[in-house]
Ligand binder design. Sequence first.
Ligand code: IYR
Length: 231
Amino acid sequence: MTSTRWTPDHGLDYEPVPYRPARLPLEESLRTAAWLRERMDERRTVRMFSREAVPEQLVLDAIAVASTAPSGAHQQPWTFVVVKDKEVRARIREAAEAEERISYQGRLGEQWLDALRPLGTDDYKPHLTDAPYLVVVFEQRFYLEADGSTRKHYYVDESVGIAVGMLLTALHLSGLSALTHTPSPMRFLAEVLKRPRNEKAFAVIPIGYPADDCVVPNLVRKSMDQVIVTI
Ligand code: IYR
C-alpha cells in the first residue's frame, strides 16, 4: 500500500516512527464495539458515594488513560490534582457549597434552574467529602516556563474536554463511579490547591463506589437517529 508523507518539506528534526496497530479480525471488532456500547450505556453520573476506600492504582491508571488523549499541538495542557486529604476535601466542599448557595438562590437564573430541576441538584454537596478521591482537573491556559516566560497553548478547552471524557470512560470500565462537577465560579480551587497562575480549574471529579442506597435521576438517552445524521 502506498502512503503519502504528511510533511514532505517541513524539516522534521526526527524520523516519524512506524505505526502498525494490530488489525483485529472483523468479528472481534464487532464484538468489542457492541460490548463497549453496552457497557458505556450503563454509566451513570453518581452523586451519592460510599465512603469505602478505592484502590489508588485504579484512579492513577484512569488518569494515565486520560493523559493519552489527543491535544492541540500535542501540548497535553492538563494537570490532574488527586485529592485524598480529608481536610482539603472538606475545605473544597465548604467553598463549593458557599458558591452553589448563591447560584441556586438565583445567580443561575430561572431558565438554568428550570433545566436543572429534573436532576434534583441543589447546593448540598456531600459527594465532595464522601467520595474517597477528588480529581480536580486543571487546564493550562498557557505554558509557563521555569523563568516565568510563557508560550501559547492551542485548543485547550477541547483538549481537556476530550481527556476528561476518556477519564470518565476509564473509571467506569474499571468499576468506579464519578461525577463531573463544575462548581461555579471555580476560582477557589486554584487557591485551595495552590496551582500556578497558568492553570484554571476545569472540573472536580469525585470518584468512588456508589452508596448502597444510591439513586440516580430517571433519564433517557437520545436514540441513535436523534444524534446521527448520515449523508
Ligand atoms: N454547578 C451546579 C449546577 C449544575 C449545573 C449543571 I449545567 C449541571 O448539569 C448540574 C449542576 C451544581 O453542581 O450543582
